[in-house]
Design a protein around this ligand. Structure first.
Ligand code: DHB
Length: 312
């Protein structure tokens, strides 16, 4: 059986790797991902300057998923350039940088910098951080997205992807797809957490995280139908050479299978990685393999996007 996939010329041994923002801020954490069965190492979204992030508690999980308002804690982009070189030498698997500049020009500068680092295989431009007070997510502003993608694409000499927020309305899918099809990035990653959710501790009658009055990005099972819908809709309306990476609520090989059936070429795991640890990658690969064997599929391409719809 062949689980291999290709994104913009970069080969991955199988379609499952870590989502940005979960246990990928430090070199040690990413070395652990390197040793795991994750098929790539995706680094924490970075800014120009190092950041401590928001006050703790800023991450909480319950049986259905998670809420976070980390506030972009990261070591600053130059460190991630160094980490990429170290990680590539040690693990020989694709290294993906994630860029989330605080300002327009920061994104341009960071992407330019990462473009010149040989050991970085792919760049994910984050248009969807929900946790910075007073800064709306770029991905919900179609004009701002258009402008940023145009300028970043111009300075980027690596395969470029966009980390998108979840959309909930066909009109918004169409508007964003128009922007994306205009600039033709190599891939899009759907979806970031559901922004500005709220989880409450009824016993304490209190919020569960401290920043932003308890509001934060929702991950895990809460997100899965929205992730499937976003992957599916973009699969339907984006140019076919723009690959889709699915993320949101993956707990099993069956979840991976569903996202691929909806149109994803690869998937990322966030909340379940935080809950279960590094074993999640190998477990999901084995479960996906078992399911494909049962269904007599020999490769990912045989079922990617082939979701059947019920006709009248
Ligand atoms: C953070 C959260 C996100 O969802 C994201 O895309 C980037 C950063 C954070 O709070 O650190």
């Amino acid at each position: 059986m062949n689980l291999g996939i290709n994104i913009a010329g970069i080969e991955l041994a199988h379609p499952i790797f870590n989502a940005s923002g979960i246990l990928d801020e430090t070199l040690e954490e990413m070395e652990a991902i390197g040793r795991s069965e994750s098929s790539a190492i995706l680094m924490k979204s970075c800014t120009l300057e190092p950041r401590e992030g928001n006050p703790k508690p800023r991450y909480y999980e319950d049986e259905f998923g998670s809420i976070n308002s980390s506030g972009l804690p990261n070591k600053g982009y130059k460190e991630y350039g160094k980490y990429a070189t170290i990680l590539k030498a040690k693990f020989k698997k694709p290294v993906i940088a994630s860029v989330s500049g605080m300002k327009f020009d920061d994104n341009v500068r960071i992407v330019k910098f990462f473009s010149a680092i040989q050991e970085i295989d792919l760049i994910e431009l984050n248009l969807s951080c929900p946790n910075l007070e007073g800064r709306p997510q770029i991905g919900y502003d179609f004009e701002a997205s258009d402008k940023l993608i145009r300028v970043v694409k111009d300075v980027c000499s690596k395969p470029l992807g966009l980390k998108l927020p979840p959309y909930f309305d066909f009109a918004h899918f169409d508007m964003m797809a128009k922007v994306i099809n205009r600039h033709k990035p190599d891939f899009v990653t759907c979806i970031n957490s559901l922004g500005d959710g709220l989880i409450i501790d009824a016993e304490k009658e209190q919020t569960v995280i401290k920043p932003k009055g308890g509001f934060g990005g929702i991950g895990g099972l809460y997100c899965k139908p929205t992730a499937l819908a976003n992957v599916r809709r973009f699969y339907e309306i984006l140019d076919k050479d723009i690959k889709i990476i699915g993320v949101g609520g993956i707990n099993s090989g069956k979840d991976v299978f569903e996202l691929i059936l909806a149109g994803a070429s690869a998937v990322q795991i966030g909340t379940q990685f935080a809950k279960e640890g590094l074993n999640v990658f190998g477990r999901c690969v084995t479960e996906l393999q078992d399911l494909m064997k049962k269904k007599k599929y020999g490769s990912i391409d045989e079922f990617r996007g082939k979701l059947r719809v019920i006709s009248q």
